[in-house]
Design a protein around this ligand. Sequence first.
Ligand code: ATP
Length: 308
Amino acid sequence: MLELQTVCKSFTGVAAVQELSFFIKRGETYGVLGPNGAGKTTTLRMIAGILIPDHGRITLDGELVSQKLQHKIGYLPEERGLYPKMTVYDQLMYFARLKGIQKPEAHQSVQAWLKRFDLSKHINRNVESLSKGNQQKLQIIAAIAHDPELIILDEPFSGLDLMNIDLLIEVIGDLKSRGKTILVSSHLIDQVEPLCDALTFIHKGRSLLSGYVEDIINRFSESWWDMRINENGDALEAFAGIQEIDRHEKSLNRLKFTLKPGVSIQHVLAKLPTTIRITELEQKPPSLKQILLSCLHNDGVSSEEAVL
Ligand code: ATP
């Protein structure tokens, strides 16, 4: 199990990560999500043992994360860290050997992964001559060729075309089915949501929400409503005065809204003028993206600024 306990990291004048706590069970896929500048890369670099937290603890199976655990950890950085003049093969062998695996094993693993990522034909080319997408695939192989237990992928889909995105999703699924623990960061929720068992959503270094995706959606479902009303110009005016709800979408005869904490739907209905006839009213489970956007909204980000 990977566990973060009240982890903090500041750079001069910037609190990049503040009191972050979460855990990931072995074999689970976990998303570290958040808008640009939220603190995702800083978090991942601390888990990878590259940065040391100012406060708090990060442990893998009870042991503090450090350079000593590097053979158990695979890290795909957001910025490429390849040697441009090396050949694809030498590069991958170098990284695998650095993580402590023997030459024959490293050779076998590198060959197999190159084949899986359709890069075998480039094996003797210099890294700098590869396309951006192929360099990203190379960097992904460098993170996993030593068969680590914990795989940390920072924005792994960056630079990949749709076919390669599908291929990587498939590879992540295979690694998961082999019991690997996988951590994925992204600011693009739609891409990573289907992969994640659980997640933490960070903004300005703080976690706004964390847990299993299913639990999060269930937790929020009760307060999301979709209402249709008879066409009545006054209807939306009437809703505008109700402080106990947040409106998300409205049209002439339809309103999607959430109840503020502790508010019942009966309470809201009682506040509506009797002239409004409700033709349909149902609880509407929100998408994960809608939930995360509403968290940003509650954290003071305007709807126009909130992009995920
Ligand atoms: P993005 O999605 O844009 O990559 P992120 O969520 O990964 O963003 P971080 O890169 O962790 O965010 O940055 C969090 C904050 O810490 C930002 O305000 C960033 O400017 C700052 N920061 C990160 N690294 C450093 C550093 N080495 N020195 C100074 N400030 C830093």
